[in-house]
Design a protein around this ligand. Structure first.
Ligand code: ASP
Length: 348
């Protein structure tokens, strides 16, 4: 049987850093140096190749053009590999995994993001286990020879999660990511146990990449004591096309008149308003409390249980593809890549 092949895409972050033994300072390692730190990779029955950003970047510097680069590398190499592993800094990994999930259309191979809390060249590093298992998942096939995972995922500390459902939840612990609103797709213990009933499968079609993204969006976080000037300034941002309103609980905001007026005005000016809860788990339920009635009247759309990271990515993606606001609003209400809990969009 032909050996399975996986392409590693190095973007940067802690996972590809080493410690200088003299002064313990951290600096980026090239892909060869990272792989040399993990000799166990030689025992995997997988042909590993790699490509790399140059220079490697801290993920705080990730920009839409970097997401385009990741997608282009996957598309250029799509036919030649069974799966892809993206090595990425942890800080913005959930944003990147979400963005790439929207940008890659008709994906039928695994794209697994992973990283580490401690550099690969440090004794107690989590890089080794995360990378080795991510590669095994990217190469895994079922009995029929199909890839078990055919979507963009994030693997970290024994958990395989749908990428666009994840959030970085801890800056210190190895268990740094969570998928609060969607079950795990696999759990790694002695064996890697997959849960295909939760996986997303597209009809087999040619891979398409959507590289147009529009970042004219803002996040308006509602807080107790929020004031008029802050909201007005956010909604007056030049070229603004959409706003994620991070609301309390099940999608609630203060009932004051000035807020309703500012939001109604923004909606009339063609700014799309998208309601995402500040809670890590649970869902927006507009209309459940009186405190969300006025949002609905102002034209705010429910983001249900979408994460802020996925909402950012979905808006940039939809604004980049469409100019028609009504169409964008309709697409915000449906799940395109399993990013929120509603009926999946009927396939054409
Ligand atoms: N600042 C780093 C990054 O996101 C942190 C990490 O990789 O864990 O690139």
């Amino acid at each position: 049987m032909k050996k399975k092949s996986v392409l590693l895409i190095f973007t940067g972050g802690t996972i590809s850093m080493g410690e200088n033994p003299a002064d313990r300072s951290l600096s980026p390692l090239n892909s060869g140096q990272v792989l040399a730190n993990i000799p166990e990779l030689n025992y995997l029955d997988v042909k590993i190749s790699s490509d790399s950003f140059s220079p490697l970047i801290d993920s705080s510097d990730m920009q839409p053009e970097n997401w385009v680069k990741i997608c282009e590398l996957i598309a250029e190499n799509y036919e030649n590999f069974d799966g892809f592993v993206v090595l990425h800094g942890t800080d913005t990994m959930s944003y990147s995994a979400s963005a790439v999930s929207f940008m890659l259309e008709n994906l039928s191979k695994p794209v697994i993001f992973t990283g580490a809390q401690l550099p690969v060249g440090v004794h107690r590093s989590d890089a080794k286990e995360n990378l080795i298992t991510a590669i095994e998942i990217a190469a895994a096939k079922n009995a029929k020879g199909d890839a078990i995972i055919q979507e963009v995922c994030l693997y970290f500390e024994e958990q395989l999660m749908r990428g666009n459902r994840t959030t970085k939840r801890n800056a210190e612990e190895f268990d740094a990511f969570a998928s609060f609103n969607y079950p795990l797709l696999a759990k790694a213990g002695v064996h890697i146990k997959y849960f295909p009933e939760y996986c997303h499968y597209e009809k087999k079609k040619e891979l398409k990449i959507n590289i147009n993204l529009d970042n004219n969006i803002a996040i308006l976080k509602i807080f107790a004591g929020i004031n008029y000037n802050y909201v007005k300034n956010v909604l007056s941002t030049e070229n603004l096309r959409a706003v994620i309103i991070e609301t309390f609980g099940a999608g609630n905001a203060p009932t004051c008149e000035w807020l309703a007026e500012l939001l109604t005005g923004a909606n009339r000016r063609g700014i799309i308003l998208f309601n995402v809860t500040q809670c890590r788990a649970g869902s927006v339920e507009m209309g459940r409390y009186a405190t969300s009635h006025q949002l609905r009247r102002a034209g705010v759309i429910s983001g249900r249980d979408i994460t802020t990271e996925a909402a950012v990515a979905k808006l940039m993606f939809l604004l980049g593809q469409n100019t028609d606001n009504e169409q964008i609003k309709e697409l915000l209400k449906v799940s395109l890549r399993g990013e929120m809990t509603v009926e999946l969009r009927p396939k054409s």
